[in-house]
Design a protein around this ligand. Structure first.
Ligand code: NAP
Length: 310
């Protein structure tokens, strides 16, 4: 016999924790499934200075940990696991989490979007030490320094333009000489006096893991084959995000890039299934907006359960 829950929340980032807090306080005893990136994007950042309520800022991992403790205090249950498949064709919905089956009356999807990384030999070791996928989170720490942004889409242009507030110079490195970025964003970046471009160039590695800080990059020109070292204090990746929604393919609507489509903020096309946070938000992608939609999903789940228990 599989267990039957009122609410299962997939994901334990800002959206998931907030949904857990609200549904726990509504006495719904939510079950939160923590996947391979517990804490979500915030767990990969350092000081968060734009989450209201913390005048001196708060470390990202501390912020998500606080959220989790707050939800647990009201009875939210956390379980490490990986959602392998979901049957949303009838209620209760059936979820396969590893070897276990869980049935639930409502489902809140807060599985986030994972930043794409380059897969460089020393990239992961230098995350939080100069390698970042979030300019809004970490740009400030490189005031007065030279920064590299990788990518040729709107994210890379937006990150580079944002980083000019802090950096003395921003170099956009792109693997081709044609850009996916919209004309307006590309032109803005091209016209900016602090931004320079290196096209047809790929990053092969990032230095210096021994010093626990970014000191430079190993670059290669894909046309000439030339390899050289390029000094920089930070490496920001703007090569896109992957929404973690593949397990719902065919059952929920997604846009062309796989983000879950919602209406009325957090409602999906299946009654009783709600989506919040970065898995359905490609525009704002902030901790505070994820928390906001997590709250909305929780309130909708509560209302749904109320209406369907009559
Ligand atoms: P994107 O459009 O998919 O661009 C990703 C970029 O990263 C591409 O230039 C791609 O190169 C490059 N890239 C991907 N993998 C790479 C790798 N392994 N090594 C080197 N380069 C790699 O993603 P995005 O920029 O995040 O934008 C996603 C969507 O959000 C777009 O629709 C965009 O318009 C929208 N967006 C809009 C705004 C805005 O309007 N303000 C801001 C951000 C995002 P190739 O071109 O060679 O494939």
């Amino acid at each position: 016999m599989s267990e039957l829950r009122n609410v299962v929340i997939i994901g334990s980032g800002c959206a998931g924790h907030t949904a857990a807090l609200y549904t726990a306080r509504a006495n719904l005893k939510p079950l939160v499934i923590e996947g391979h990136e517990p804490g979500g994007q915030l767990s990969m950042t350092t000081l968060v200075e734009n989450f209201p309520g913390f005048p001196d800022g708060i470390m990202g991992p501390q912020l998500v940990d606080n959220m989790r403790k707050q939800a647990e205090r009201f009875g939210a249950e956390y379980r490490v696991g990986h959602l392998t498949s979901a049957d949303l064709s009838q209620r209760p919905f059936r979820l396969h989490i590893g070897q276990h089956q869980v049935q639930t009356q409502t489902l809140i999807i807060a599985s986030g979007a994972s930043a794409r990384w380059l897969g460089l030999p020393h990239e992961q070791q230098l995350i939080r030490h100069g390698v970042s996928s979030c300019a809004t989170c970490d740009g400030f720490f490189f005031s007065g320094k030279e920064i590299v942004v990788v990518g040729g889409g709107d994210s890379a242009m937006e990150e580079a333009l944002f980083l000019t507030r802090f950096a003395t110079k921003v170099t956009i490195i792109h693997r081709r000489d044609a850009f996916r970025a919209s004309k307006i964003m590309l032109e803005r970046a091209q016209k900016h006096e602090k931004i320079q471009f290196l096209t047809d160039t790929v990053v092969e590695d990032v230095y210096d893991h021994a010093k626990q800080e970014v000191t430079g990059l190993k670059l290669r020109n894909v046309k000439t084959g030339k390899v050289w070292d390029f000094p920089t204090s930070a490496l920001f990746l703007g090569i896109g995000h992957e929404p973690n929604a593949k397990m719902f393919a065919g059952q929920l609507d997604t846009d062309a890039d796989g983000y879950l489509k919602t209406h009325n903020h957090v409602l999906t096309r299946v009654h009783g299934v709600f989506a919040c946070g970065d898995v359905q938000d490609r525009r704002y992608r902030q901790a505070i907006t994820a928390a906001g939609t997590g709250c909305m999903a929780a309130i909708e789940a509560e209302k749904f359960l109320e209406e369907h228990s009559k």
